[in-house]
Design a binder for this molecule. Sequence first.
Ligand code: PXP
Length: 258
Amino acid sequence: MNSEKTENVSSVTKLSVNINKVATIRNARGGNIPDVVQVALDCGKFGADGITVHPRPDERHIRYEDVRLLRGRLAVEFNIEGNPVSRFMRLVLEVKPHQVTLVPDEAGALTSDAGWNTVTHCSFLSDIVKGLKQSGIRTSLFTGTDLRMIENAAKTGTDRIELYTGPYARQYAQDREAAIRPFREAALFALSCGLEVNAGHDLSLANLRYFIAQIPSIKEVSIGHALISDALYYGLEKTIRYYKEQIEPAAGDDVPQP
Ligand code: PXP
């Protein structure tokens, strides 16, 4: 596949801001500074298309209570990520976000660093997906670029997959064409299986524009660590604008190029 060719698909990728890191700062001191709900509302006001939270079992950043407080407050899409253990499932079925992204992370994992083995977990995931869809919640399964895993993801009945972009981000600086190749192939294959495709992990101002230019059919990117870090320098409002400009570049953009 020629990685210089772009897809003949026009769609505008949505930016969902992952606010876990905001909760990490709050939790460092107790109290409610910064106010996670206010930050989520402001992200929407500043142009984000969605908010993502990832309540982990140890609640070291977003807490289950934060998720309940966000319920019904957002004017933008709400995406909740996590491993579908029973407590997580009770939460999402209560809160009913627009989308739930199922992630196979271990309890103590530093961050999500691998997608599902959709072959081994096909029947488990199918049941979970069915339950979520019956409640009117769109589903997405976190996957790598292995085509067999994507083919099996489709068999679970999920609406979308989210491609784990860590490997892309790691290889980008050395060889971006090689870095994007498996992702283009995976995204095109997923589309051919009837799946919509999200992407996330380690996306940043350095690597986002190329990713979207090469795979414009991506429905949504969810970005946390780099975006919240950039906000320390540029402020949240400008940072969200810069990220949106990576997705939809226009004449006169003043995006800083790292
Ligand atoms: N997608 C998933 C499934 C994640 O677990 C995370 C991190 O919480 C992200 C996307 C966002 O990754 P990053 O913080 O590196 O932007």
